[in-house]
Design a protein around this ligand. Structure first.
Ligand code: GLA
Length: 715
């Protein structure tokens, strides 16, 4: 019998599905690139001898494994119609190529349960990134109640070994958690109503022997800013299945006859170049999706954010003086954080009343914006549109706009409630207020915050169903509406630091506030985790003060700057009061960032952790690399081991030069002549030597950074 095989190739990966006309497409392969025309060509359904005392039906993994008709694993759909139609199975499959060879939509019908799935798969030839999405339509004449609909189901090989996911909390996002895969199901769920600090919607699966630089690894991420769920489950044929999707609150998946449920996208990829190969694919995929004002990213301007300098104690004269001092050290965008709007003197009042506080800014924001612009800086403004304080005009006028459940007490967090912005009148109100600010002043940037989880979240003023899903779609719509009206404005996604970082919100935004923790030592780890999925140009990273407000720890300015400059640099300290030498050192670091930002923000990033308390990353390409080596812990070696740089071109010779004197307190202990030369013109070394034997490292105290540029010598 002839069967249709569907093969998608990208540069380094291949995906093969077997598509019988009257069944769900079977997953046959997702992994490293196979040669063209290497699909089996013959029906593989007859190739598995059936186990004893089991069904006389072979049921391998499909793109939509469904419950009740022979599949016992995790189902891609859990749904019923008032208790009926609880079992589903595909009875017809039609393949529609949307881009021949790389993108396809599978139209799958279940004629018995009266359902249709549209599964979209697109494999990007250049980035090796597979985008997967599912749409379910209720073809029956009664309501369908969907409890779970996977955005996609992916196969993983039987030797998948560990899963690296990210836990965390406010002030410590992207905390790596590594679990060993086995026969128990691995599952992560988030029900906080936003992407969350503690459960990132994505993970990386390793195979034995894979490292940062080599070996087969798989990664997937759900582009969604709400509740989510992912599972990895061992299957009886020895492989695993990986499912990801939106976690639906009870009732959120009710589908009237004829209606459809669209899942968010899964962004998935595999690489034989280890964790760094995977990171490069994710970075390239995000870069291709970003919607920059004017269509292109311009050099990421240095920010000054007022939060840690003033908190909410904004006095216009002081703010202007801070702007003066900021301009002097080289800041390019001045961002007025929380505290500027009506009655916002503390966090117990004001959210919702989005116009300048008449006491603090009697003439509005105009004079300040003008002052900032006259200093040559752009002006940015903090807002938290989805929130309301009970002590606000907005809440007093519209108490029913806050998410709530009738009869239950309102639960505040940081003294605030969440607005139901899926109500058109609430969304219109917010659009009107923000639009008026953007129209009245040349504001080029919004820091868009979201400082709490969702609870008691019912629609219709507390009388309706769960609002989680509607809320995410509503914030996307509001962001899109504002962007359409003000396309020149960039937006940062903040959520108590890094509580809303995902490819979904990044369709509408241009930077994320990675963490409220700007202690440089904590940031090394946070930024390292972040870098697995996200590129450096969207990573908000600020030079804070010492001691750090969130940890009480102190690091030298040089170390703080060397950590912050690998992202989108900002300053978050009161630069008015720096002594002359600190201010000049800060200016030098800002100038250094400006000199290298193109290299930091384009090209690849290689990351690694070496024995002996070192974390490093290199930005650029094999021709020209900027290498940052952070010594986080004091050495426990008498002689510091060299650092191997496997990404270098082993047939080339490199000029290696130290970019700035070693950054940090204490600096180099017992300098050796090699490092003196490195600072004064540099040395030439073979790529092969640096890749295999390694780059000699200075012996330095902890909390220091060694920054080196390696350029191929062309003769
Ligand atoms: C959140 C943000 C901070 C700051 C405050 C203002 O915590 O993460 O950066 O903007 O809100 O209230």
């Amino acid at each position: 019998m002839t069967v249709e095989f569907l093969t998608l190739h990208s540069r380094h990966s291949t995906l093969v599905l077997e598509c019988p006309a009257q069944e769900a497409p079977l997953w046959r392969y997702w992994g490293p690139r196979l040669p063209n025309h290497s699909t089996p060509g013959t029906d593989l359904r007859g190739t598995r001898p059936l186990p004893s005392f089991m069904l006389d039906l072979d049921q391998p993994l499909t793109v939509v494994p469904t419950f009740g008709v022979g599949w016992f694993g995790q189902s891609a759909l859990l749904a019923h119609r008032a208790g009926l139609d609880f079992a589903q199975a595909i009875t017809q499959c039609e393949v529609e190529w949307t881009t021949p060879g790389s993108a396809v939509v599978l139209h799958l019908t279940d004629a018995i349960a009266q359902l249709r799935f549209e599964v979209s798969l697109a494999l990007d030839v250049d980035t090796d990134v597979l985008t997967l999405q599912t749409c379910l339509t209720n073809l029956g004449d009664k309501e369908l109640d969907v409890q779970w609909l996977a955005a996609g189901t992916l196969p993983l090989p039987g030797d998948a070994a560990t899963v690296r996911s990210y836990a965390g909390q406010h002030n410590h996002e992207f905390l790596l958690q590594t679990d060993t895969l086995g026969r128990s199901q691995w599952r992560r769920e988030n029900r906080r109503g936003r992407t969350s600090h503690d459960c990132f919607p994505g993970a990386v699966v390793t195979t034995p022997g894979s490292t940062e630089h080599s070996g087969l690894v798989f990664g997937a991420h759900l582009a969604w800013s709400g509740n989510h769920q992912q599972t990895i489950e061992w299957l009886h044929d020895g492989q695993y299945q990986w499912q990801m999707g939106e976690w639906l609150a009870p009732g959120e998946g009710r589908l009237a006859p004829g209606n459809s449920l669209h899942t968010p996208e899964i962004i998935a990829t595999c690489s034989t170049q280890g964790l760094n190969g995977l990171a490069a694919n994710f970075h390239a995929a995000l870069r291709a999706r970003m919607a920059w004002p004017g269509g292109q990213m311009r050099p990421r301007p240095v920010h000054l954010n007022t939060w840690e300098a003033f908190y909410m104690d904004l006095v216009p004269g002081d703010v202007m003086a801070l702007a003066d001092a900021a301009a002097k050290v080289g800041v390019e965008r001045f961002v007025l954080d929380d505290g500027w709007f009506k009655n916002r003197h503390h966090d117990r009042a004001g959210l919702g009343d989005w116009w300048p506080d008449a006491v603090k800014f009697p003439q509005g924001l105009g004079p300040l914006v003008h002052h900032v612009n006259a200093l040559g800086m752009e002006f940015g403004l903090w807002v938290e549109p989805e929130m309301v304080n009970p002590d606000s005009d907005l809440f007093r006028n519209h108490p029913g706009w806050a998410l709530q459940i009738a009869g239950r007490p309102l639960i505040t967090a940081r003294n605030q409630l969440v607005l139901d912005i899926s109500r058109p009148e609430a969304a219109d109100y917010l659009f009107g207020k923000i639009d008026a600010l953007l129209a009245a002043h040349p504001i080029r940037y919004l820091k868009w915050d979201h400082n709490r989880d969702l609870t008691t979240a019912a629609l219709a003023g507390g009388l309706g169903g769960a609002a989680y899903r509607a809320q995410v779609h509503a914030v996307y719509a509001l962001l899109a509406r504002l962007r359409a009206a003000h396309p020149e404005v960039e937006i940062e996604s903040c959520s108590g630091g890094g509580g809303r970082i995902d490819f979904g919100v990044l369709r509408y935004t241009h930077r994320v506030w990675t963490s409220d923790c700007i202690d440089a030592m904590s940031r090394v780890q946070i930024q390292h985790g972040f870098g697995q999925f996200f590129p450096p140009e969207i990573l908000g990273s600020h030079i804070g003060t010492a001691p750090a407000h969130t940890t009480g720890r102190s690091q030298s300015l040089a170390f703080r700057a060397a950590v912050a400059m690998t992202g989108h640099l900002g300053v978050e300290l009161d630069v008015r009061h720096l002594d002359e030498s600190t201010s000049s050192a800060l200016s030098t670091w800002i100038a250094c960032y400006k000199k290298y930002r193109d290299q930091i923000h384009h090209g690849r990033v290689w990351r690694g952790e070496a024995a002996d308390g070192l974390v490093w990353q290199a930005h650029g390409d094999a021709d020209d690399l900027l290498l940052f080596v952070y010594r986080c812990q004091p050495t426990n070696h008498r002689y510091t081991p060299p650092l191997r740089l496997p990404m270098l071109d082993t047939s080339a010779r490199y000029q290696v030069e130290q970019v700035v004197a070693i950054a940090g307190e204490g600096a180099v202990q017992s300098p050796a002549p090699f490092f003196t030369t490195l600072q004064n013109g540099g040395v030439a070394l073979d790529g092969a030597w640096l890749a295999q034997a390694g780059l000699p490292l200075p012996r330095a105290t902890a909390e220091t950074c060694f920054i080196v540029r390696l350029q191929i010598i062309r003769t």
